[in-house]
Design a protein around this ligand. Structure first.
Ligand SMILES: [Zn+2]
Length: 321
């Protein structure tokens, strides 16, 4: 906490007092060599990235193809098949929330990326809409998946108050400077009987405990905050939400996250983003090795999830009356 620059306060409680847990840099996409610390607020215990990158600095840490745009090659088709398979957890969780909600309106996915999740939900009859910061992502969602999507922030989304039955935010909150105002906007857009679904990396996971700064859930420097379930509950409560259901296992995120933590250089997305040059045989070999390791990681990640220590947590919440 030395140096000339002013100490950045905790985004949850404004305390200036913190404890350093570990430090690291962008292991996954190598957008920078700059070192960041992971610190814990001494007052409310929220874990965050320190120093927080400025809004001017942040875009440089996001690779351009951060979302999925399926091509027509056999490898791309195989990848889409895999993505559909592992997304079924998310789709099932959302379908139950839609049933529970009994509210009219659309299912709005915030941070919709390429739109595959919404496409799968729409196949089950749901009325869907997507929202993303990236114009390219919103355009891919519409062109490739037939999902109506807008490029906007939630606070300025072109939807009427109370018009959403369900709002989903998968891996969104940890990227935001002000998660509080984002959830307030979500509350306004939701029908009184509507449901909110959020998923974030879980700081109270065995993977963070064991792997420290090498845990992919920290995703330095893109994740500004890393929540425990209790931090998320405090945030939801402040924003007028009451949790009703939790899930600590995600077939898409938990096993793959473990393999990526241990071998970031093998991660298929990281290899694509970093434009690693490899022949078709090497690419196939590395992809197969990665997916074999992911399959091997499934039993362990099921056990950690059963102990509520999975590397991600998904929460369904209702609006408090
Ligand atoms: Zn705090």
């Amino acid at each position: 906490m030395t140096g000339e620059e002013a100490v950045q306060p905790c985004p949850a409680c404004d305390s200036l007092d913190f404890l350093s847990l570990c430090k690291g840099t962008d292991r996954l996409y190598r957008t920078t060599d700059k070192e960041f610390r992971i610190v814990e607020c001494r007052r409310c215990r929220l874990i965050r990235l320190y120093p927080q990158p400025t809004p001017q600095e942040l875009p440089a840490y996001y690779p351009t193809q951060y979302w999925f745009d399926p091509g027509l090659s056999a490898a791309d088709k195989l990848e889409e098949f895999y993505r559909r398979l592992v997304l079924r957890d998310h789709v099932r969780f959302a379908r139950r929330a839609i049933r529970d909600a009994q509210a009219p309106g659309v299912v709005l996915d915030v941070g919709c990326g390429g739109g595959l999740f919404l496409h799968m939900l729409a196949q089950g009859g749901a009325k869907v809409a997507g929202l993303d910061f990236s114009l390219d992502a919103a355009s891919v969602a519409w062109r490739r998946q037939g999902v109506p999507a807008v490029c906007a922030s939630l606070a300025h989304a072109p939807f009427a108050p109370g018009s959403c039955a369900v709002i989903t935010m998968f891996h969104v909150l940890e990227h935001l400077y002000d998660a509080y105002s984002y959830l307030e906007s979500a509350r306004e857009l939701l029908h009184p009987g509507g449901r909110l679904i959020v998923q974030v990396p879980n700081a109270a996971s065995w993977q963070f405990l064991l792997l420290g700064e090498n845990w992919s859930g920290l995703d330095i420097p893109r994740h500004l905050v890393t929540f425990r379930t209790s931090d998320l509950e405090a945030l939801l409560d402040r924003c007028g939400f009451q949790p009703v259901r939790y899930k600590y296992f995600s077939l898409r995120d938990n096993p793959a996250g473990l393999v990526t933590s241990l071998m970031p250089g093998l991660d298929p997305m990281a290899r694509r983003v970093r434009a690693i040059r490899e022949g078709p045989r090497t690419r196939l070999f590395k992809d197969l090795l990665y997916f074999l390791l992911v399959a091997a990681a499934v039993p362990l990640t099921l056990i950690e999830a059963a102990c509520r220590a999975g590397s991600t947590v998904m929460v369904e919440a209702r609006k408090k009356p």
